[in-house]
Design a protein around this ligand. Structure first.
Ligand code: TRP
Ligand code: SF4
Length: 340
């Protein structure tokens, strides 16, 4: 609106603190993007509640934690608008109107939803009783998130691609029925590979207990690294091993790239003990995270600053959403009480 930068939107479900998988997968990228684009970041508490409706406290407590993680990583509230989804009721209102433009069958065919449904069935049994109307409809709500801010671009990983595609379909349908109103967003696919957990699991996650959090202390990180999965064939200090199948080797590759060759050849030649190798890695991770941790500590000690950033960001975002809402109502001829 006020400038000609393109608008980008990303979002996170607030269900806990953020870990280094989030950092390498997305946060680092958002720090770069905020200079080039008008960036919005949505803390999607309404979407988090689709899975956590019985645990609203978890969602509530995570909102500030996630915001502190953003700020600690270098997301700058002067450049990026950080906002809370439930405090922007226009998003919910748009969701209702969009829900008429999507069939249930299409939602059930959405690959991301499909995967999540089969995961739920595994957890809760195969009767489909666990699938709520709200859960099935969250892609519609995400379409409302994206379009309410007029986002041109959604930077995201592959798992979000079907959601952006669904948004594009809703936009095309809306525009074809009510006239050209909404912006059709594009995905900016992130190229960074997913970071594995310390246990070797392909995914890092809180529920898996294998994550290194941006807010972890030095001791916590040392403890986690000491417990990481290594090449199990290596028992004695001078046994030869394969760093390619060792999670410590994998993380040296991420946090200690300049010494990686040396670490790997010493490991292969049996000149490196696992205990020292792990201590060295923990030190490197701690060095890397130190500025983030310090910045985070500052915000932990100044919660009023975090509140202010969230309130002001949400206010600004809401104004943008109100603007979209008025255009939508006009296009749909449901602006009954507006002056002609
Ligand atoms: N579905 C996203 C996730 O699980 C979170 C999200 C909600 C989002 N609304 C969004 C992402 C809008 C991009 C744009 O990570
Ligand atoms: Fe892994 Fe290091 Fe042990 Fe090699 S020496 S197996 S890289 S922990």
């Amino acid at each position: 609106m006020e400038n000609n930068k393109k608008i980008i939107l990303t979002g996170d479900r607030p269900t806990g603190k953020m870990h280094i998988g989030h950092y390498f997968g997305s946060l680092q990228n958002r720090v770069k993007l905020q200079d080039e684009y008008e960036q919005y970041i949505l803390i999607a508490d309404v979407q988090a509640l689709t899975d956590n409706f019985n645990n609203p406290e978890k969602v509530r407590n995570s909102i500030k934690q996630v915001c502190m993680d953003y700020l600690a990583c270098g997301i700058d509230s002067e450049k990026t608008t950080i906002c809370v989804q439930s405090m922007i009721p226009e998003i919910a209102e748009l969701t209702v109107f969009y829900s008429n433009l999507v069939t249930v069958a299409r939602l059930e065919r959405n690959p991301t939803v499909k995967t999540e449904i089969s995961q739920k069935k595994e957890l809760f049994g195969n009767n489909g009783e666990s699938i709520t109307y709200g859960f099935l409809g969250y892609p519609v709500s995400q379409a409302a998130d994206i379009t309410s801010f007029g986002a041109h671009i959604v930077p995201a990983g592959e798992d979000q691609e079907p959601l952006v595609e669904q948004t594009r379909e809703i936009v095309r349908k809306f525009n074809s029925i009510y006239g050209d109103t909404l912006i059709e967003p594009e995905i900016m696919l992130s190229k960074t590979p997913r970071i594995k957990g310390l246990d070797g699991n392909a995914k890092m996650g809180k529920s898996l207990g294998n994550a290194i959090y941006l807010s972890d202390s030095e001791d916590e990180i040392l403890k986690k690294v000491m417990a990481a999965v290594t090449d199990k064939t290596k028992i004695k200090k001078d046994d030869k091993a394969n760093p390619e199948i060792c999670m410590v080797g994998y993380y040296h590759n991420l946090f200690n790239l300049e010494n990686k060759e040396c670490v790997f050849s010493e490991c292969r030649e049996g000149r490196r003990g696992c205990v020292n190798c792990k201590k060295e890695l923990a030190k490197k991770i701690n060095e890397y995270l130190l500025p983030i941790r310090n910045k985070r500590k500052y915000y932990e000690e100044h919660p009023e600053i975090v509140d202010k950033i969230l309130i002001e960001g949400t206010l600004k975002a809401r104004n943008r959403a109100k603007y979209t809402m008025s255009k939508v109502k006009k296009a749909m001829h449901i602006d009954y009480f507006d002056e002609k």
